[in-house]
Design a protein around this ligand. Sequence first.
Ligand SMILES: Nc1nc2c(ncn2[C@@H]2O[C@H](COP(=O)(O)OP(=O)(O)O)[C@@H](O)[C@H]2O)c(=O)[nH]1
Ligand SMILES: [Mg+2]
Length: 321
Amino acid sequence: MRKPLTLQDYLEGFAKKDRTILSRAITLIESKNAQHQMLAQDLLKELLPKVGKSRRIGISGTPGVGKSTFIESFGKLLTSQNKTLAVLAVDPTSQVSGGSILGDKTRMNELAVDELAYIRPSPSGETLGGVAKRTRESLLLCEAFGFDYILIETVGVGQSETTVAQMVDLFVMLLQPGAGDDLQGIKRGILEVVDMVIVTKDDGENSKIIHKAKHDYQKALHILRHEGWMPPVMSCSALTKNGLTEILSTIDSYFQNEKKLINHKRERQGLDWMWQLIMDGLKEKFLLNVDKKVLLETEAEVISQQLTAPQAAKVLLKKFG
Ligand SMILES: Nc1nc2c(ncn2[C@@H]2O[C@H](COP(=O)(O)OP(=O)(O)O)[C@@H](O)[C@H]2O)c(=O)[nH]1
Ligand SMILES: [Mg+2]
């Protein structure tokens, strides 16, 4: 057993930029132990004044599209310019597959040993709600630690994309046309929240397909998005590094020129987060207080259509309030 750290130990570790302390702080955040949770919240509160200076970027796309490889190459480009970055993951599938998307760091060999980069694999076996809470809080810890960039990798499964889009300044979608990511295959909702599209693996024989797909994506975005920032559609190869510098300068100009938009996003995300917690808290309270027998009976009545869902909700809420 390692010696438990006090709040003071954590704060000193952060001040000294001690990576081990950062890792232990994230572990503290992930712990389900009530005492750990309390200490974690105290730590977050103390660190809050240091939060808010990192560039938060979400990287999404189906498994195999090239997210990890992109993060490796893009991350190396950042560190070559003396920028620091942290890589986090939101992976609701890790429970199923048994390993997290960052669990095998094989795709991030170079970044993993880069002193300017910090990679945090995602723990497995959690609900998306749990993952979201933990990732948001880990993100705050990484910011307080002082990273210039925070990249959050997520698989495009279920709600995980929306969850990540709601915690970053720039939400990037990686696509691979010819491998299922034709325009028809893309969820409409994604094009509504995306801030940038990057076509991956632009290094083989499919340059024609890629060119056409970029055009199609651009056209779709122009139809869907009328005001504000128009998401650029770019392409790159994480292997040859072709296109990466252009992507970085586009990202740079987004953060330089869209400060108002980004501030607005963060304000809204903060409020959404608060309301999400209120809803979660209320639901938890409801489930603690509701008569389990009445709940089961009412559910059965909804199933057998003796009650409509609104009627049932009304009955149960009345008992609760
Ligand atoms: N040709 C080519 N292959 C790539 C590129 N990026 C990734 N790959 C390959 O695509 C596969 C999946 O990559 P990975 O980064 O693990 O995808 P992820 O599941 O989205 O994280 C691996 O075999 C990579 O080597 C690229 O830019 N060009
Ligand atoms: Mg990956």
